[in-house]
Design a protein. Sequence first.
Lengths: 154, 154
Amino acid sequence: MARDIPGYEGKPGHWARRFQQIAVAVFQSEVEAAGYDLTPVQYAALEAIAALPRIDQATLAGQIGFDRATITGVIDRLESKELVSRRVSKVDRRARELDVTAKGAKLLVAVRPHVERAQAIMTRGLTDRELGELMRLLKKVVEAANDLSRAPKS
Amino acid sequence: MARDIPGYEGKPGHWARRFQQIAVAVFQSEVEAAGYDLTPVQYAALEAIAALPRIDQATLAGQIGFDRATITGVIDRLESKELVSRRVSKVDRRARELDVTAKGAKLLVAVRPHVERAQAIMTRGLTDRELGELMRLLKKVVEAANDLSRAPKS
DNA sequence: ACAACTTGCTCAGTATACTAATGATTGGTA
DNA sequence: TACCAATCATTAGTATACTGAGCAAGTTGT
């Protein structure tokens, strides 16, 4: 075991990066092993659109904490896989109305168990009690610093 | 306050992404406000090289949990800013020997207080006790899942 | 009605990350 | 020693993320 290197270990930012890295890797590998092609970010967007039909991109960004500039590409890819439809809103012609297609809805149902499994795997080192505490602390720290990111949750 | 959307909220992976997003944003804004040009990843690499002179890129990747393919670009940028030197190793001509330049060492000393401040700001929502617990849980979950990522810490 | 402001989206440019393939070396082994 | 497998680094391609700029389309104030 390498000794601690002063300067970045022991820093929350470092561990946040590592955990996120692992979370993405586990998600990808579980979902791909099940035969689906969907990234964590695409999954989150799909769930949010399913829950709030006819949502526009800016509101979606606020819901899940995406940058608005990032959303464009994410929706582009979901649209090209025919999982989501994008239409100009009749109410506000600047806005794009998003909806999950039948294909997208079917995928969502099929993929959910694998997403659950991925979450279980990436937190396998913790007891239920510890996992609950980790979630509580992550939520608390994120909510307190929410306004410091470019993609604040609205 | 928007109601919870079932499906991705309440998932560790979601909160890991949000926390990481905020950590990067706070780091960038603190360091830039102090007049320096350095990303969180570049800072971590610089600290690791300073601690382990003549380190090669693969070992560096193992130390801080980077993918080897990512390191190339990170070192490219540190080198073009003249913060790091890269030489072909005499011992193993496949490897690159990395060292912090005088300029890099000076920057490191100057930037450290601002990095500390950034860490304090991004965790301002937590008590000291909670911060300690968050760190403990993050380390635990990362260590248990270390081998699941492509950039396992060696 | 008009200008000023704001908002929704997109694009260009930069920086992580990962996969997969390749080139250069090295070391072990038949 | 001649080869083969493993290792180090780089590259190409894709997907987040962010900054900053720009356009189109609403809204507000006068």
